[in-house]
Design a protein around this ligand. Sequence first.
Ligand code: AMP
Length: 564
Amino acid sequence: MKNTDPAFDGLTPWPPALIEHYRRNGIWGEANLTQWLETKLLCRQQDTVLSGPGFAATPWQVLSGGELLQQIKRLAFGLADIGLSRGDRVVLQMGNSNAFIVTLFALLELGVIPVMALPGHRRREIEHFVRLTNARAWLASEGEAGMDFQALGNQLRHAIPELEHIIIDTTDAGPHLTLASLLKDNISNEKLPGHFVDPAGIALLLCSGGTTGLPKLIPRTHRDYLYNAAASAGVCELGPSDCYLVALPAAHNFPLACPGLLGALNSGASIVMCPSPSPETAFEYIARAGVTVTALVPPLVRVWLEYASKMGPPPNSLRLLQVGGARLDMGTARRIRPELGCALQQVFGMAEGLLNYTRSSDPDLLIQGTQGHPLSPLDEIRIVNADGEDVPRGKQGELWTRGPYTLRGYYKADEVNRRSFTEDGYYRSGDLVRQLSSGHLVVEGRLREVIRRGAETVSVEALEALLAQLDAIRDVAVIGLPCEQLGEQVCAVLVLDEATPKPTLSEVRAFLTEEGIARFMLPDRLEFVDQLPLTAVGKIARQQLITHIQQSRQQTNTQGILIS
Ligand code: AMP
């Protein structure tokens, strides 16, 4: 019989035998996120649980467990008053603040499914999320550089009249609602619908890094995501004396649940929301709250190291720095302990599920030189060649995985699902890895073309398709060039019709902005060639092109590029 509960709409379930297996092994619990949250906050009524900027970016605000729960309920009742109810989807696009946490849990209290958009997303992505999920509201916070959220709200309203509510966390939202105006004063003790949702249903939708086109949505169920966070907190040895700094955008799986803010809540640790990952801000927040653990992507680690070499290391409360999202080079890894004064943990994971961690008991060589091994004893991995056959241990192949917190299908994406999953439910990650005899994985590349720019993944294919629409373009290739600050920067290489005037970088960026693409996808550099080098099978010879561009141009200084 078809399940008509909207929390199962778009969810590809695990097979019944595995569901039984994960439950019997105690991997999956019986609580949903709302029940879990209330239990966690009620036993910390008086303790500090959360610090950071409040609603509408008001300065530092410290909340106890009791105060946080009160705010969550006040907002949940306010959101219910405007008509949001169980099973609805809402696109949530907020920066790092206490309001992010209040809003996320207020939506969950109502049984509403948040779509976790990133601050860097723009009209194209937001429209896609709203349409795909039939979202009833877009909930955003102001403060993202170069972004007019009111104007985006107007565009969305015009483009999608069915989008009922546009809510912005700011003091003046123009024609739209401000988030704080929805905090209801008089609330009852009535249990909201989120208490009664099935833990097997979708709790939230995460965005995929996206190797092709628009980001896909990843359904995460209550019980798989709670396991994800709790087990991660275990390998990070988080406890009540810890304080976790959310430095990366909180809607990313890494700071959200690996162990992130959910893992911190699960362990009785406190959370600090940091509005920017820059060392200037983060070091101040670390000092202010006695932060012990945080997570960064490799380019930011290099920015922190640079800053520390001039201004001194971060406050010595910091005991653990998790690094993941892109490959960390050994040279940078070695500098972390002596120069930042804390231990390193490498994390290789994906919003789709599988997480790998180095453990504190691993020898330094493995912590610095590998990306860890799977979180769960029930994670299954295969490393395969192009024919889908397992490669011998130590040899490179594509990583396939399935397990208790790895999705079985993207949200409403049948076509993509046919390509991305094997018949027996393995997710084809597209990552090229090697497994050492210790079981640790070393990530060596990607099967499909993406650029890792800071914390974000730029789809080469999607950007090339948009650039091909420019006037007088004969051919286009998008390549990633090595960059100290960002890891890789985005370079668009154009082949123009003869006698066509060359567009400037700002013209190209303006065109793409008009198309509404994410800010982090805008090219950092523009190059022109007479023709693109091709491989024997007629594909763009990207490596050859990268070498050619690097040789013909001296690397420009990337100082000042914002890591979004
Ligand atoms: P996302 O789902 O946006 O976090 O992106 C996941 C992808 O980021 C993975 O499939 C990898 O390609 C890449 N990735 C994540 N962590 C690492 C790491 N530690 N080393 C190398 N690549 C990584």
